[in-house]
Design a protein around this ligand. Structure first.
Ligand SMILES: Nc1ncnc2c1ncn2[C@@H]1O[C@H](COP(=O)(O)OP(=O)(O)OP(=O)(O)O)[C@@H](O)[C@H]1O
Ligand SMILES: [Mg+2]
Length: 388
């Protein structure tokens, strides 16, 4: 490479990088840098290897657009993510958790549905030999924070793919005319890459349809999605998630091969999740996990996670004893629980002996007789928490 050509090239490359930086498109910058590593490998080996090192040591973590993590910077097989033609922004978020993601905590029946989808993928050839198609699409339904996105990520890791997430709320907020093109682009690209594609907040189309003046355009959009779902190949997996199944167009609903229904966890699930979220503090909080589970019944595991992290911070920074934190948690949440859960909580509190039966009864409305029956006589006559 002649020196003058190299300088020209550097200028052009620099300008391209600046353009990508200005568009805020980190994954594009990384892809471009990976290209430069190859381009300059022969002519400028030191520069090329420096760039290569840089790329490798600054891998993007799970929630980032991390295609580069799987495809080494120097590999030719770099996946090109679909982008908005004008802004050059990536239209999908990528989760790549293939270096390890614990299975979500779910009721056995739902976990089995998920395992079946995964097994069908793995046995695709066997199914095909009998003329049977695997489950190609599934809709994940349930309230916020119960593990829908997490399960989609888990499914993707199990079939050794990154997860592409297309957030329909974001796409819908752009110009409608463009939405159609962008949608087609994402579907095309997902099909080519045999990706696991998650249409997040798929109900946002319906919401827009009911309160938007541009009804014709939206109808076309729904039709486009319906066609895409129909034409989705066996080689990819199409997932959709929603908190509002009632808003989904019945025609769209019908097209999904499987329906995965999520809900808040039962007590056992909450206790399991608490153990997981406590992580290295599990031993310290061990005796209180049951009480904590009783207090947090009915909450999403996302809320449970937040509560547990707050407790761990308080235990560490303010040196508050776990017993005290657990009892405070119970006091805060007693009012939100239904009758059965309140009774559970009252009995747990009584068994822990952290408060007198009188106090527990006041807090939970559960009769002292009930407490005595299930937890034995009150250990405390006085007030306040038991001493550590
Ligand atoms: N079933 C679960 N098992 C383990 N962790 C969970 C589960 N559900 C929620 N969590 C925790 O809460 C976080 C948020 O959950 P997630 O994003 O999957 O919720 P979601 O159902 O997709 O909610 P939304 O409808 O708001 O998108 C997870 O990353 C995880 O840490
Ligand atoms: Mg989600």
């Amino acid at each position: 490479m002649k020196e003058i050509e190299v300088v020209d090239d550097f200028e052009a490359d620099f300008a391209n990088l600046a353009r990508l930086a200005a568009a805020g498109s980190i994954e594009d910058m990384r892809l471009y840098l990976a290209k430069l590593v190859r381009k300059y490998r022969a002519g400028r080996p030191q520069f090329s290897s420096k760039l290569d090192q840089l790329l490798k040591t600054s891998q993007i973590r799970a929630s980032g657009p991390s295609v580069m993590r799987r495809a080494p910077a120097t590999s030719e097989a770099v996946t090109l993510l679909p982008q908005d033609q004008d802004s050059r922004q990536s239209l999908v978020r990528v989760f790549d958790d293939r270096d390890g993601l614990a299975a979500p905590i779910l009721p056995a029946a739902l976990a089995k549905q998920i395992d079946d989808i995964v097994s069908e993928r793995k046995e695709r050839a066997k199914l095909a030999a009998h003329g049977i198609r695997p489950t190609r699409s599934a809709i994940l339904v349930g309230p916020p924070g119960v593990g829908k996105t997490l399960s989609a990520r888990y499914i993707a890791t199990q079939i050794n793919k990154p997860l592409w997430v297309l957030d329909l709320t974001t796409v819908m907020s752009s110009l409608l005319g463009k939405t159609g093109n962008n949608l087609r682009l994402v579907f095309e690209s997902a099909k080519q890459n045999e990706a696991v594609l998650l249409l997040d907040e798929v109900d946002s189309i319906a919401k827009r349809r009911s309160d938007d003046s541009d009804v014709g355009e939206l109808k076309r959009l729904v039709t486009a999605i319906l066609q895409e779902v129909d034409n989705w190949p066996d080689s990819g997996l199409l997932l959709a998630a929603t908190n509002h199944p009632e808003l989904i167009d019945p025609a769209l609903w019908r097209r999904f091969d499987a329906i995965l229904r999520f809900d808040v966890s039962d007590r056992e699930g909450v206790a399991l999740a608490i153990g997981r979220f406590l992580d290295r503090d599990a031993q310290q909080f061990g005796p209180w996990i049951n009480l904590m589970a009783s207090s947090l019944m009915g909450q999403s595991l996302s809320d449970v996670e937040r509560a547990i992290l707050t407790m761990r911070r308080n235990a560490l920074i303010h040196q508050i004893p776990p017993a005290r934190l657990a009892v405070d948690l119970a006091i805060r949440h007693a009012g939100e629980l239904d009758k059965n859960a309140r009774r559970d909580l009252a009995i747990s509190l009584a068994k822990e002996g952290a408060m007198s039966h009188n106090q527990i009864s006041e807090l939970t409305g559960v009769a002292r007789d009930t407490l005595r029956k299930y937890a034995g006589p009150s250990p405390l006559k006085g007030r306040g928490h038991k001493k550590e």
